[in-house]
Design a protein. Structure first.
Length: 274
């Protein structure tokens, strides 16, 4: 999926028909500027959630290519994620430009919210729904834990970054570490302690952390100033970035990062925000 500042979403689906690989492109337009998207994938359905500065979340079926639900949070939405459960339940979380984290449980009418204070850059659930991690413009990463049917039962653990902001978050495959990409092109791998045996972080708890600096390929001379790195996969299998000039940069492993030999994709004419 790609979307840009014209609120146009390009959806590419691929299937094998006999020995022929068929790629279908669907272009859909929504109101406002789209800034965030996430996919809820189940055996019986796949739903793409889209949101942006119109304060509206769209639920778009990837099977029928139709909008199946729309609701408004009344806030400029800057980040979105979701997690589904075996019993059919779903939690959709959004972050806003005003620093709010808003959660909607199982399509309930009254969402729940938490004030972080500054613009939310990214929001991610762990695959089992136990952790909710939020990156905000105040240079903190907030870690919420699901307790007593809520993520807001206890105050979140806050991790502070000196002189840089976390702009993108990813979990590794077993949810035991988070990958945090920052505005200074650093990528941190932060091990999470075993919180399922206790309710809260203690003030003197320490976390293990590794850090890499993302270097751009030698042939890239003028990359955009608003480039946001995205971490794909658990053990740094790939790192992607997009910018306002329509370029997508990628590094397949840490060796490519260190040797500045990543790749670049061209072809998009407008700003790529995610």
């Amino acid at each position: 999926f790609f979307f840009n500042d014209t609120a146009t979403t390009e959806i590419y689906t691929e299937q094998i028909v006999g020995s022929v690989r068929c790629v279908q492109e669907t272009v859909s337009k929504f109101s406002g500027t789209l800034k965030a998207m996430t996919v809820l994938e189940r055996a019986e359905e796949k739903i793409l959630f889209l949101a942006g500065d119109s304060s509206i979340v769209y639920a778009f079926s990837l099977d029928t290519h139709e909008i199946i639900d729309v609701w408004s949070f009344g806030e400029d939405i800057s980040a979105i994620d979701c997690v589904g459960f075996d019993d059919g339940g779903v939690i959709v979380g959004v972050g806003t430009s005003n620093g709010k984290v808003i959660l909607r449980f199982d399509w309930e009418e009254m969402p729940r919210n938490f004030e972080c204070g500054r613009n939310i850059f990214d929001i991610k659930f762990s695959s089992d729904g136990y952790y909710l991690v939020v990156a905000a413009e105040d240079s903190y990463v907030y870690i919420f834990i699901y307790t007593n049917n809520s993520y807001f039962t206890y105050p979140p653990k806050k991790l502070h970054f000196e002189n840089e902001c976390a702009v993108s978050i990813g979990f590794n495959d077993d949810d035991k570490a988070i990958l945090v990409a920052t505005s200074h092109r650093n990528v941190y791998k932060i091990d999470l302690p075993d919180l399922k045996s206790k309710n809260l972080f203690q003030e003197n708890d320490l976390v293990n952390c590794a850090v890499w600096n993302v270097k751009y390929p030698f042939h890239v001379k003028n990359f955009g100033s608003h480039l946001t790195p995205i971490v794909i996969g658990g053990e740094t299998k790939a790192i992607l970035s997009s910018n306002e000039n329509g370029y997508i940069f990628f590094w397949k492993d840490l060796e490519q990062i260190e040797q500045e030999c990543g790749g670049i994709l061209k072809g998009h004419a407008s700003n790529l925000s995610r």
